[in-house]
Ligand binder design. Structure first.
Ligand code: R5P
Length: 297
């Protein structure tokens, strides 16, 4: 196995390779004067099982193009197999035609990766895991929620209540509760399909005087989390803590979430940000190692 850390995931790719004791093929990456990406593999990958690590957080479109360039290049340069590790999978929230005539963006991206020779995709807390089975390539979805819950547990938050946003996210709260054991619940949400605005519905939660951790897959504009923190605070939680897998938010949004009453915000390094405290390298390394072991039989 040879690991290629893409420009968007250089550190994470290196960490994964170190944990697997796998070879790395560094890439030369530059931009043409007009901003287009130029990629060159520095080592031969002919006959190798290639693993490209490239997250697709902001700037999503540029990171995706680089991913396509690397995968197609690996195909042309005769890689034996191509796996892409895409910790944050851009466009995965557009996982169906919500409104008549809309593009089914997730399917488009996966189809393009298939055309580039990708045989398998590994991702983390994809927005809608059940849709992945219908995609034209095998996609394995890993969960970083236990790692985030462990983070809080190790800091004395045993027995904190785990909350998700929306009933669809309840699996995340249950996973967290398997570690924290303080009970779990969800805040009911409604999304306006035209504007994308999320509203939180009234519900009394069993959180008065308790430590609460709100888990979500993504924080982007922060609109949802800002409302959720205020909602939990209003119901008398002792502390309100936030855990998100993919931090797409700006520092300004982080400050806003803290200013409405969050005690702390923690995220993974699926996308690098100042709050990326929990590393997903062990999670990905373990999944890749298992795959190797299965191949050896
Ligand atoms: C929604 O379904 C997701 O789980 C997140 O809650 C959402 O993507 C967060 O987006 P924003 O930070 O823009 O409200």
């Amino acid at each position: 196995m040879i690991i290629i850390p893409g420009p968007a995931s250089r550190e994470l790719g290196k960490e994964i390779a170190e944990q697997l004791k796998a070879r790395i093929s560094p890439i030369e990456f530059t931009r043409f004067p007009d901003g287009e990406s130029r990629i060159r593999f520095e080592c031969s990958i002919e006959g190798d099982d290639v693993v490209i690590v490239q997250t697709t957080g902001p700037p999503q479109n540029e990171n995706l193009i680089q991913l396509f360039l690397m995968a197609d290049n690996a195909k042309d340069l005769k890689a034996k197999t191509i796996t892409t590790v895409v910790p944050y999978f851009a466009y995965a929230r557009q996982d169906q035609r919500f409104r008549l005539g809309e593009a089914f963006s997730l399917k488009t991206i996966v189809t393009l990766l298939k055309t580039c020779g990708v045989k398998r995709i590994l991702t983390v807390n994809s927005h809608n895991p059940s849709i992945l089975k219908t995609m034209p390539i095998q996609i394995q979805d890993l969960s970083a929620i236990p790692l985030l819950a462990e983070y809080y547990k190790n800091r004395g938050f045993c027995n904190a209540v785990s909350l998700s946003l929306g009933k669809k996210g309840l699996d995340m709260a249950i996973e967290a509760d398997n570690v924290l054991k303080g009970g779990y619940d969800y805040i009911p949400t409604q999304r306006d399909r035209t504007t994308g605005t999320v509203t939180l519905e009234e519900k009394t939660l069993p959180i008065k005087g308790k430590d609460v951790i709100i888990f979500d897959d993504i924080i982007s504009s922060g609109g949802t989390m800002i409302k959720a923190v205020a909602y939990v605070k209003k119901q008398g939680a002792k502390t309100v803590n936030v855990a998100c897998v993919h931090p797409l938010l700006t520092e300004e949004v982080t400050s806003k979430i803290l200013s409405v009453g969050a005690d702390q915000i923690v995220a993974t390094d699926s996308v690098q940000s100042p709050i990326s405290i929990v590393s997903i390298a062990p999670l990905i390394a373990e999944a890749l190692a298992k795959k190797e072991a299965r191949k050896r039989g």
